[in-house]
Design a protein around this ligand. Structure first.
Ligand code: DLZ
Ligand code: SF4
Length: 521
């Protein structure tokens, strides 16, 4: 694929160069507002520096590049000139900065217009484009979020702690989603307590959404296979939608097949079932193929139309209107200091099995297997299996963050970092969550069918067949006792630790340290 503009004709005539990044694939993206099709050019660039920033899963690379190519084709169909720099263009410098400079020289625009990006690192880079090109650069606020960065700052002002629940209620009031007059629909703001059911043994799981790759996607798959032959992540079975129409079909599939039971079973895990009742629309939301407002409208309509129960609609809208907006606001409010925190002083390197899946712990092996196969795992697998393991084992938050950013198709740093660094690892010391999400094997056993097929015994804490999560869990509490004991929400658990006999406590510490020592043979 080559840049298909008339270069000679473009010289001296371009009014604005409008930059659209890989996660800005929305027709209403701010940088395109006021576009003059006769004089403006849209710049899109596939660059190696972004593909290699972390070892992104190969399906994620395919998703980004194919979705970018479809977006460009769509703009062209609408008569808009697009200068598209493909990854294998021999002149490609491999970086945003290099490509913006080259494009400025090609088109000699009077102005460059971009939309504020989704990563601190890219925002810093963008801040240097004006100097590098000697062309005025306008960076517009990303209006696709329901709360602007300024709106979040207003929420955060004067608060000692930031909690999703209060922000979420403000957003419900402001947007009117699931509101009946001034009151929350059904009388309660949050039905989380009804979101934690275990799957019945005979549950019938709906068919997974998948679309066969079209010619454009097939070309990108071949490109990625050639360029990254050994990178993490299967290419076979790529089934993501790659444009807005496909993303709309994915949403429809979820509304029909998943949503009604999503509320009940959103925390459940089942071997061999990656998707269960989950929507798997986060990649589309985060690339811009789906609009969060439109998703909330559709989900609320399904409830008001009597198609799904309130706990399903509320649980889903809370993820979009509450959690997604909250973590994005928090990211921009606290970066760059936020990413550098390490409140628990965790320094252990990431074990190889995060990449290979080669471990006897079935819960971890299964989560990594699914991640490799689909560039996807659901929130409880990310939080309570791999995340919980990383927390309990004291894995270095920076390494863990890079892993999450690399392996999930929906991971852009604004969403990945707070979820990993704050929620899963407590590396922020409690800015985002009131206590660490630490759990023993018992939690995993309650929410999944993993333990039944595991060589470890989830009921045992000591001995060679004991579930590693159990000793690691108590060892974690013992290790961080000084920091965590004052937390009133941990009172019950420290009470249990206090009642533990000294000999057992010592044996648990020994068991955990033996296990940790063999993580890096
Ligand atoms: C994740 C990603 C990848 C793999 N490749 C590109 C790319 O080639 N071009 C692009 O514009 N964006 C890419 N992205 C997304 C960026 O790394 C980054 O997350 C966003 O630009 C932040 O807004
Ligand atoms: Fe995971 Fe422990 Fe259950 Fe095995 S027994 S699947 S290691 S929680």
């Amino acid at each position: 694929m080559t840049a298909n503009i008339d270069r000679a004709g473009a010289l001296a005539s371009t009014h604005c160069l409008r930059v659209v990044l890989g996660d800005q694939l929305s027709p209403n993206i701010a940088a395109l507002e006021g576009l003059d099709a006769a004089r403006d050019v849209v710049l899109m660039m596939e660059v190696a520096a972004e593909a290699d920033e972390v070892p992104h899963h190969r399906q994620k690379l395919v998703l980004f590049f194919s979705a970018m190519r479809h977006f460009a084709a769509n703009l062209r169909e609408r008569g808009i000139r697009v200068d598209y720099v493909a990854l294998d263009d021999p002149a490609n410098t491999g970086s945003f900065r290099g490509e913006v400079v080259r494009a400025a020289a090609r088109h000699r625009p009077q102005q460059i217009i971009a939309t504020f990006p989704g990563e601190w690192r890219v925002a810093e880079d963008m801040g240097g484009w004006q100097q590098a090109t000697a062309v005025p650069v306008e960076i517009r606020e990303d209006t696709r979020f329901l709360a602007s960065r300024a709106r979040f700052a207003e929420h955060a002002r004067g608060r000692r702690q930031l909690r999703m629940e209060y922000f979420y209620r403000e957003m419900r009031r402001e947007t009117g989603f699931l509101m009946d007059g001034g009151e929350p629909a059904g009388g309660a703001w949050n039905y989380d307590a009804e979101n934690r059911k275990k799957l019945p043994r005979d549950v019938v799981v709906p068919p997974a959404f998948a679309e066969a790759p079209d010619a454009v996607t097939q070309e990108v798959i071949a490109l990625v296979a050639t360029r990254w032959p050994d990178r993490f992540g299967a290419l076979e079975g790529f089934g993501y939608a790659v444009d807005a129409a496909g993303a709309a079909r994915a949403l429809q599939h979820f509304l029909v097949h998943g949503l009604a039971r999503f509320g009940d079973y959103q925390d459940a895990m089942k071997r061999g079932q990656a998707f269960l009742f989950h929507a798997v629309i986060s990649p589309y939301l985060n690339l811009g193929l789906l609009d969060p407002r439109a998703v909330c409208v559709a989900v609320e309509a399904a409830w008001r139309g009597g198609l799904v129960p309130l706990n399903a609609a509320e649980g889903f809208i809370r993820q979009i209107l509450g959690w997604r907006e909250f973590v994005r606001g928090l990211y921009w409010h606290l970066m760059p200091a936020y990413g550098a925190t390490n409140a628990l002083g965790a320094t252990r390197p990431l074990p190889d099995f995060f990449w290979t899946g080669d471990t006897d712990m079935v819960c971890v092996a299964e989560t990594v297997r699914q991640t490799k196969a689909h560039a996807y795992a659901h929130h409880i697998q990310r939080l309570m299996v791999t995340g919980n393991f990383a927390l309990l084992a004291g894995l270095d938050p920076a390494e863990v963050g890079q892993w999450y950013l690399a392996v999930y198709a929906d991971a852009i740093e604004w969403v990945e970092l707070p979820n990993t660094h704050g929620m899963a690892l407590f590396a922020d010391g409690g800015v985002l969550g009131s206590k660490p999400y630490a759990a023993s094997g018992k939690y995993i056993d309650r929410m999944s069918d993993y333990c039944a097929g595991c060589r470890y015994d989830v009921k045992e804490t000591l001995g060679s067949t004991a579930c590693p999560f159990n000793a690691l869990y108590w060892n974690f509490l013992i290790t961080h006792e000084r920091l965590l004991r004052p937390n009133r929400r941990m009172g019950v658990i420290f009470g249990a630790l206090d009642r533990m006999e000294a000999g057992r406590r010592a044996a648990i510490v020994e068991q955990a340290s033996t296990f940790l020592a063999q993580l890096h043979p």
